[in-house]
Write a protein that binds this ligand. Structure first.
Ligand SMILES: Cc1cc2nc3c(=O)[nH]c(=O)nc-3n(C[C@H](O)[C@H](O)[C@H](O)COP(=O)(O)O)c2cc1C
Length: 387
């Protein structure tokens, strides 16, 4: 399996599967590019992992994982980073035979909407059949732990990143400022800061769950206080590396920045974000572009939405194919799964955006160190620290 690393300077490399090799299995991340001298409390990383942890609500998979993180490399005795790669590990605990046997029962069948068919194509019968292996939502544990390190470093620069459910079960949250999102962040299990909309979303999702089915949705992520000038103009645009990070998360089917696809029905004069001077600083009156010009951050909030497909595992019988006998068969209903992925995917999205932004920040600072620009232009790039 190739491609288990994300990033160029700040890099996360993950390993681990849904169930793995039985007792003692787990998920791990190696984080490269951590500055020395940081005291990153493990509780900080644990807090992010707890946002993703299953079994906390009727909307989640009933799988009971503690998702306790342990640090095994990269800090000195006093817990302070040395500049060496950080190693973090999270053990799987809910790996009883009863669940593994269920996966064994249908290990040769493809689950509609899941990754098995393509795994058979690439890995044959040697592919991991237990809980979808690295195509499981469980794979994202390592991303969250690694991304949390990026978030910690970005917070020291005044940068904050929040994700929330914008839409699910036919209900859409109202437009909200960053401060409003922050105020009601994680106030409910669908993590929708529009509390009225959250109530209706939950009701809708639970109705869909009662029918044995699952719900999709849209998750919006906002990155606040971003310095202008991050991202490279051609292949490594910041919106491109963010899109890479987000589109690499299972179940993400679409992505848009700012007004996104709505730009197709707008006129240029409507879409253009008009610049103005705010106490000598360049700002934009609107943020239709979602914080980018030419793929480079323009200093406004980065606003990105991902389309999250309904969980593929459903509790209704579905047509399937047995890939070993090459016969058509029926796949029986499966109960252990998330009723919607929205309430668990937002920390994964926050993590991938944090990793992409920190990586771009490293590159921008390295470039600035050598570029000989007039002081006037350098000042434009200084991070904004106030809200
Ligand atoms: C946090 C998270 C939780 C997920 N939970 C489930 C689940 O309970 N059941 C399931 O079938 N898929 C779940 N998925 C989705 C699958 O991982 C994903 O659909 C699969 O890898 C196929 O990839 P694709 O949907 O991008 O084609 C989850 C994904 C994420 C990110």
């Amino acid at each position: 399996m190739l491609g288990n690393t994300f990033g160029r300077i700040f890099r996360i490399t993950t390993c681990g599967e849904s169930y793995g090799i039985g007792k003692g299995s787990g998920l791990s991340v190696i984080v490269d590019g951590v500055p020395p001298g940081l005291n990153i409390p493990l509780e900080y990383i644990q807090n992010d992992l707890d946002k993703r942890r299953p079994g906390q609500s009727p909307l989640d998979s009933p799988r009971k994982e503690t998702d306790q993180v342990a640090l095994f490399a990269g800090v000195a005795q006093d817990g302070v980073t040395t500049g060496a790669p950080l190693g973090l590990i999270i053990y799987n605990v809910d790996t009883q035979d009863i669940h593994i046997d269920q996966y064994r029962d249908y290990k040769d069948l493809v689950r509609p909407g899941h990754a098995e068919y393509c795994f058979f194509l690439k890995y044959g019968e040697a592919g991991d059949w237990c809980g979808a292996g690295r195509a499981s939502g469980r794979e994202t544990v390592g991303r969250v732990a690694g991304g949390s390190v990026a978030k910690f470093i970005l917070e020291r620069e005044g940068i904050e990143i929040l994700g929330y459910t914008k839409e699910s079960a036919g209900v859409t949250a109202k437009e909200m400022s960053f401060e409003e999102i922050k105020k009601n962040y994680r106030k409910n299990d669908i993590n929708c800061p529009d509390l009225e909309a959250a109530k209706k979303m939950r009701e809708g999702i639970l109705k869909i769950k009662d029918m044995g089915d699952t719900a999709g949705g849209v998750v919006e992520i906002v990155a606040h206080n971003i310095p202008a000038g991050l991202g490279e103009p051609v292949f490594d645009k910041l919106n491109a590396t963010i899109a890479h990070g987000l589109m690499s998360i299972g179940a993400v089917k679409g992505i848009e920045f700012g007004v996104g696809f709505r730009c197709g029905s707008m006129k240029g004069s409507e879409f253009n974000d008009h610049p103005y001077l705010d106490q000598g600083k360049v700002r934009f009156k609107t943020n239709n572009a979602g914080g980018f010009l030419g793929g480079i951050s323009n200093g406004e909030d980065i606003v990105v939405r991902i389309a999250v497909k309904p969980t593929p595992t459903v509790s209704v019988e579905q047509p399937s194919i047995n890939m070993v006998t090459m016969t058509e068969e029926k796949l029986s209903p499966i109960t252990r799964r998330d009723a919607t992925i929205c309430g668990r995917i937002y920390p994964v999205a926050e993590a991938m955006i944090a990793a992409a932004i920190l990586d771009a920040l490293y590159l921008a600072r390295a470039y600035d160190a050598l570029a000989k620009l007039d002081d006037k232009w350098m000042k434009l790039k200084a991070p904004k620290k106030s809200s």
